[in-house]
Ligand binder design. Structure first.
Ligand code: ACM
Length: 547
């Protein structure tokens, strides 16, 4: 025993003395870490003669080859023609893409990449996997490949490798809160690009809240004419007295054409855009546009402060039908199977005080306001189910005893996920403790004002999405996880990138890489290479300063 310990200490010492283990120092800094990677020696060189081949007659392979060529052309300046492979002999000095094998479940996102002096072979059972193979290939090239303009004097080599890779979880997401601060379409497209490079596949768009309604609804134009604009915004933290405002009108919204463009752009990158239309709480912007949706006799403005808010939708049948009309237009725009209806932080004071809501509760044979919310959500659930979609809600939808069917986004803690699974529901993990990327990521006195909390890079990396309290069958109900970029204190795209990266890089590895491949020290060794890529993409991440 003593001998073993001594040997181990000697080894550790040797590693410490020589720096990092040899493999770590040189290996390509792929993020997220692949399942299996062998370095096989030699290198493939991409040059002006390289062609990108797709398997004969396979349209998915062709589309992916075109994506890859488009990604590699700007920095290299090469033509990189995309051509159909007519015989294996064509593969000499080419990058060849093929779709073959078992595409069931998560295998659809798996791929194999072999690079050697002669060629690069990318094989996957389906288009998503082939796309992820292309993302890995981009990361195997020098970081300058991510440059938007031609880079002179660069040799474009790919180290000889054999990679087999597949994701751990199906749901690998980020939430962008465009309601609190409107983010231009161009930024959303860039954000999609950036998360796709990290093999994330969901972007949850939080489109409506008290402070803004961000999606054009043709049937109800005032939602954006009125609801997309607030008179001004609170300066500094909520609750600080006396309150100060910036005096600047803020707002904006996506037209239906904008949404179609974002959805299509995301789909080309195998990212699903999931819309969230909040109800019954976080509704003040909609009530400002259509006061009949609220509980008060007095009109309300679009809210100019942050925080949990008592102004929620009323419980009238006409309000439920209004929201179903809204969802009808939303479903036409977003092909996502999952549709998020919010459900969080619906303060019930106005429902308690409202004669109309109390009459409705009694007429429906319900006991209280929690059951009223359950009824509200179940009406949306029935509506979405009838249209072949699935409802997602924040974990408050568990309150009041909602039945099986909806998917729960667990934000208030791991125990909410366990409760949801025990109630027969699928779960997306979004706990504040690990995934709230609006929280501070360093010492509060050195960071820009944020909503609070403390979720540093290592904390995100340490996140284990599968609650220990669940058995194997229960853990299968955990679809994956996502990072939350709530934007009360994130006024600009630049600030959003600062908050998102590199923490979203850590999260990408949490949701993609095998549990036994997760090693924070190794991640930190690879991360600078990845940040060099983000530099080329113009992503304004938070630098890795000592804390
Ligand atoms: C939430 O943070 N209210 C979901």
């Amino acid at each position: 025993m003593l001998v073993k310990i001594t040997l181990l200490s000697a080894l550790t010492c040797a590693i410490a003395l020589t720096g990092t283990p040899a493999h770590a120092a040189n290996h390509p800094g792929i993020i997220p870490a692949p399942l299996k990677m062998k370095e096989t020696g030699g290198a493939f060189t991409l040059d002006a003669q390289t062609r990108i081949l797709f398997q004969s007659g396979n349209n998915d392979a062709k589309k992916t080859a075109e994506f890859l060529a488009t990604a590699l052309r700007p920095a290299t300046g090469y033509a990189l023609p995309v051509a159909e492979e007519t015989s294996p002999a064509d593969r000499a000095h080419a990058i060849a893409l093929r779709i073959e094998g078992d595409a069931s479940d998560l295998k659809a996102e798996s791929y194999r990449l072999d690079a050697n002096v002669d060629n690069v072979m990318l094989t996957a059972p389906a288009a998503p996997g082939l796309f992820y193979g292309c993302q890995t290939l981009r990361q195997l090239l020098p970081a300058a490949i991510f440059s938007a303009t031609k880079v002179e004097g660069q040799t474009w080599t790919v180290p000889g490798v054999s990679i087999e890779d597949a994701p751990r979880f199906a749901w690998r997401g980020m939430l962008l809160d465009v309601a609190r601060h409107f983010m231009p379409k161009e930024f959303v497209l860039k954000f999609i690009d950036t998360i796709a490079i990290q093999k994330m596949n969901r972007l949850h768009l939080h489109l409506t809240d008290d402070q803004g309604w961000r999606i054009e609804i043709k049937k109800y134009p005032k939602l954006t004419e009125v609801g997309a604009w607030r008179a001004q915004t609170l300066v500094g933290r909520s609750g600080k007295k006396p309150e100060q405002y910036d005096g600047k009108r803020h707002g904006g919204f996506y037209t239906q054409d904008d949404i179609r463009e974002m959805v299509a752009y995301a789909a080309e990158r195998h990212v699903t855009l999931m819309p969230e239309v909040e109800m019954p709480g976080h509704a003040q912007a909609a009530i400002a546009a259509y006061p009949e949706l609220g509980n008060l006799d007095t009109p309300l403005p679009v809210k100019t402060e942050w925080g949990v808010n008592p102004n929620i939708f009323n419980a009238e049948e006409s309000t439920i039908l209004f929201l179903q009309d809204v969802l009808t237009e939303v479903l036409d725009l977003f092909p996502s199977h999952y549709i998020h209806i919010g459900g969080d932080e619906a303060v019930k004071n106005q429902w308690k005080a409202s004669k109309a809501v109390q009459v409705r509760i009694a007429a429906l044979g319900l006991h209280d306001e929690e059951e009223m919310q359950r009824y509200f959500v179940s009406r949306m659930n029935d509506f979405l189910t009838a249209k072949g979609r699935s409802l997602v809600g924040w974990d408050e939808i568990l309150d009041g005893g909602l039945g099986q069917g909806p998917t729960v986004m667990a934000w208030r803690g791991m125990d909410k996920a366990v409760e949801a699974v025990h109630g027969g529901k699928d779960v997306v993990m979004a706990p504040t403790e690990f995934t709230y990327l609006d929280y501070y990521q360093g010492p509060k006195d050195k960071e820009p004002l944020s909503i609070g909390g403390d979720v540093r890079l290592d904390k995100v990396y340490s996140f284990e999405p599968l609650p220990k309290a669940l058995d194997d069958a229960g853990q299968k109900r955990i679809l994956g996880a996502q990072g939350q970029l709530w934007a009360e204190y994130i006024p600009t795209p630049e600030h959003a990138e600062y908050m998102a990266f590199p923490r979203a890089c850590a999260l990408a590895e949490v949701v993609w890489s095998a549990k036994d491949k997760r090693d924070y020290k190794d991640f930190l060794e690879r991360l600078p290479q990845h940040l060099a890529r983000l530099d080329k993409l113009g992503v304004r991440y938070r630098p890795l300063t000592p804390e």
